[in-house]
Design a protein around this ligand. Structure first.
Ligand code: R5P
Length: 262
C-alpha cells in the first residue's frame, strides 16, 4: 500500500482497528432532519468523540471550521433526492480536484444494489476507485440507503457489501441485521454499521453496535441515532466506549445516562 493511502486510512481506522464515523449527509434523502438543521453546529460538540465526520462538501464549507482536527469523509455521490423519480438515480457528483482541495481523508459513495440504477452506481464506484487509487484516497461504499427497513437481511446486505468490496471499496457501510456475521464473513474489506431511523430506546443502539462489533464490524458510520438523541454528546461518548474501550452496552448506557442527566 502506498504511503498516502496508508496515512489516510490510519486517520479513519484507529490503531485498535476500530472506527467511529459521525454521519451527517442526510439532507438529500431525509429533507432537513431535526437536529441537523446546521450540520456544523450539530457536529461541533461531538467531534472529540468520533474518528471522522461524513458530510457533503456544501455542508463542510458552509458550517465546519477548516481548522478542526477531526478527519473528513467527503460524500461524493448525489444527483438525486427523496422526491425525485428514484432515489437510486445517483452518480459521482464531486471531482478529484475537489476531493483533494477539501483535504478529504476518505470519500463515501452510495451504491444501490437491486435498484433501477444499480448498474450506473456500481460502475461509478469502480471509476471512483480507479481515480482514488491514483491519489491514495480510501473509498467507503455506502449500501442500502432508502432501503433501511425492507432490506435488512444478511442475504441482501451481504450481497450489497460483497459487490462493493469486489469493485475495490476500502470500507463498506451497511446496516446491522440478524446473522450479521455472514455479511462480514463475505466481505473481504472492513465493514462499518449505519443506524437507520432512531430506535425506540437508547440501549438498543448500543446493543446493535456492540453485537455488530462482536460479529466482526470495525465500527460505525452512524447519524440519526446520535444527533436525533436527546443527548447527542451522551450517545457519542457511549458509542466511543463500546467501539474503542470494549464496554458492554450496559456499561456504555450508564455513561450515556450520567452525561444525559448531568
Ligand atoms: C446514507 O446514505 C448515509 O450514508 C448515512 O450516512 C448512513 O445511513 C448513516 O446514517 P444513519 O445512522 O442515520 O442511518
Amino acid at each position: 500500500m502506498d504511503w498516502g493511502m496508508e496515512n489516510r486510512l490510519s486517520k479513519t481506522i484507529k490503531p485498535d482497528g476500530r472506527a467511529f464515523y459521525l454521519a451527517m449527509d442526510h439532507g438529500y434523502f431525509q429533507g432537513v432532519p431535526a437536529g441537523l438543521e446546521n450540520a456544523g453546529a450539530a457536529a461541533k460538540p461531538l467531534l472529540k468523540y468520533v474518528d471522522a465526520v461524513f458530510m457533503p462538501r456544501g455542508s463542510i464549507r458552509a458550517t465546519l471550521d477548516p481548522r478542526m482536527e477531526t478527519p473528513l469523509i467527503l460524500r461524493v455521490s448525489g444527483g438525486n433526492s427523496m422526491v425525485g423519480d428514484d432515489l437510486s438515480h445517483e452518480n459521482l457528483s464531486v471531482s478529484m480536484t475537489e476531493i483533494i482541495r477539501l483535504n478529504a481523508a476518505a470519500v463515501g459513495y452510495s451504491v444501490y444494489v437491486g435498484s433501477k440504477y444499480e448498474h450506473q452506481t456500481i460502475l461509478g464506484l469502480a471509476k471512483l476507485v480507479d481515480e482514488c487509487q491514483i491519489y491514495g484516497i480510501p473509498v467507503m461504499a455506502v449500501t442500502a440507503v432508502g432501503r433501511e427497513e425492507e432490506s435488512k437481511t444478511a442475504r441482501y446486505l451481504g450481497l450489497a457489501a460483497r459487490v462493493c468490496a469486489e469493485q475495490g471499496a476500502d470500507v463498506v457501510k451497511t446496516y446491522y441485521c440478524d446473522d450479521f456475521d455472514k455479511v462480514v464473513a463475505g466481505c473481504p474489506v472492513p465493514v462499518v454499521i449505519a443506524g437507520g431511523p432512531r430506535t425506540e430506546n437508547d440501549l438498543e443502539v448500543l446493543e446493535f453496535v456492540y453485537n455488530g462489533i462482536q460479529a466482526g464490524a470495525i465500527g460505525v458510520n452512524l447519524g440519526r441515532n446520535i444527533w436525533k438523541n436527546d443527548s447527542p454528546e451522551g450517545m457519542a461518548r457511549a458509542l466511543q466506549a463500546v467501539i474503542h474501550e470494549n464496554k458492554t452496552p450496559k456499561e456504555a448506557f450508564e455513561i450515556y445516562e450520567s452525561m444525559k442527566n448531568a
